[in-house]
Design a binder for this molecule. Structure first.
Ligand SMILES: [Zn+2]
Length: 335
């Protein structure tokens, strides 16, 4: 699987530029813009000495996320069709929309697709293998205030904005995206608009542990309940829903699928990097819909902005990995 939508940074009129035999140290100007791919800013560029860098021209993203994945899958398919001697089971390709807004998998017909397992090809540098992601929930707060003239507000006004601030200040101060990394989760206030009369807040919750996600949801419920109890009425209305779950919890029952990818990476001489993803993938949902689905690298770097680039050699490596996965799978099924 690969996804055919791109992120929402300007993606109109993309003009890819190719830098062959990159020297690993100089800056690459993006088109004739004022923007450069600078190895001092993006040290991973140094890994690609002697290779072919494909970037955009300064005012758009490249869209390699996830056109890299699409190209690699199509090249893999082309290879198999041109080499009928290379044995394979039934292989299906799917290209999904709306991955970047997290709804790509929602309408995916797992039953009709009819695969035992799948991989998304939508990742970073060669060697990256994703089979652990956040578990994710979202919540919204609707706050009803009492608006009276500030001159006579004493004991009467309830400022909805202030209620929102008071709510926010009861969440753990450290657990914000800007203070966390690695396996730490967070509460993230994404949107806050309001007047004295009413206010609305949108948050996302992330945690690698499923019970950690539940604990965070319960904390939110408890704070809202305590505040409403103090008001003596339901001034704050809370709506919570789950978005996706850490696929690791489910994939641990199907480790042969992760092992197949690991073995293919190693056979291709790659060092396997399994750092968990501080986000979700289409596979997070698909895995829970019954299609176990880790994520393979596609060779994308600096995704979602003007500094996005990919590397031709990484893309070929992704095709080699797909072929190797197929070969190992054929061997495995012979046994
Ligand atoms: Zn992507």
């Amino acid at each position: 699987l690969a996804h055919c939508d791109t992120a929402d940074f300007n993606s109109v009129d993309v003009k890819p530029q190719i830098t062959e035999n990159y020297d690993g140290k100089s800056k690459i100007q993006l088109g004739d813009s004022e923007f450069y791919l600078d190895p001092e800013v993006f040290p991973h560029l140094k890994n690609y000495q002697g290779q072919t860098i494909i970037s955009a021209s300064g005012d758009t993203l490249l869209g390699g996320d996830d056109k890299c994945g699409i190209s690699e899958l199509m090249t893999f398919a082309e290879y198999l069709m041109e080499h009928p001697e290379e044995k394979h089971g039934e292989i299906k390709l799917a290209f999904t929309p709306d991955e970047e807004i997290g709804t790509g998998a929602e309408h995916f017909d797992v039953e009709e697709f009819g695969a035992d397992f799948a991989y998304t090809v939508d990742g970073e540098a060669p060697g990256k293998l994703d089979w652990g992601t956040f578990s994710a929930a979202q919540f919204g707060l609707d706050i009803q205030g009492v608006n009276v003239h500030p001159a006579v507000a004493k004991g009467q006004m309830i400022n909805a904005i202030q209620v929102g601030i008071d709510f926010h200040n009861q969440l753990p101060e450290h657990d914000r995206p800007e203070h966390t990394d690695g396996r730490e989760g967070f509460f993230h206030l994404m949107n806050f608009d309001g007047t004295v009369d009413s206010a609305h807040m949108d948050y996302i919750i992330r945690d690698f542990e499923r019970d950690g996600l539940e604990r965070r949801k319960n904390l939110v419920k408890d704070i809202v309940k305590k505040m409403n109890d103090e008001f003596g009425t339901e001034r704050i209305k809370l709506k919570t829903w789950d978005q996706y779950y850490n696929m690791a919890d489910e994939l641990e029952k199907h480790m042969e699928i992760v092992d197949l990818a690991r073995d293919a990476y190693k056979a291709e001489g790659l060092t396997v990097n399994e750092d968990p993803v501080r986000g979700g993938t289409d596979g997070s949902q698909l895995t829970y819909m019954g299609l176990p689905c880790p994520n393979l690298f596609a060779g994308e770097e600096n995704m979602h902005g003007r500094y996005e680039y990919t590397v031709l050699e990484s893309m070929w490596k992704a095709v080699d990995v797909l072929r190797k996965i197929n070969q190992l799978n054929v061997e495995r099924n012979k046994k």
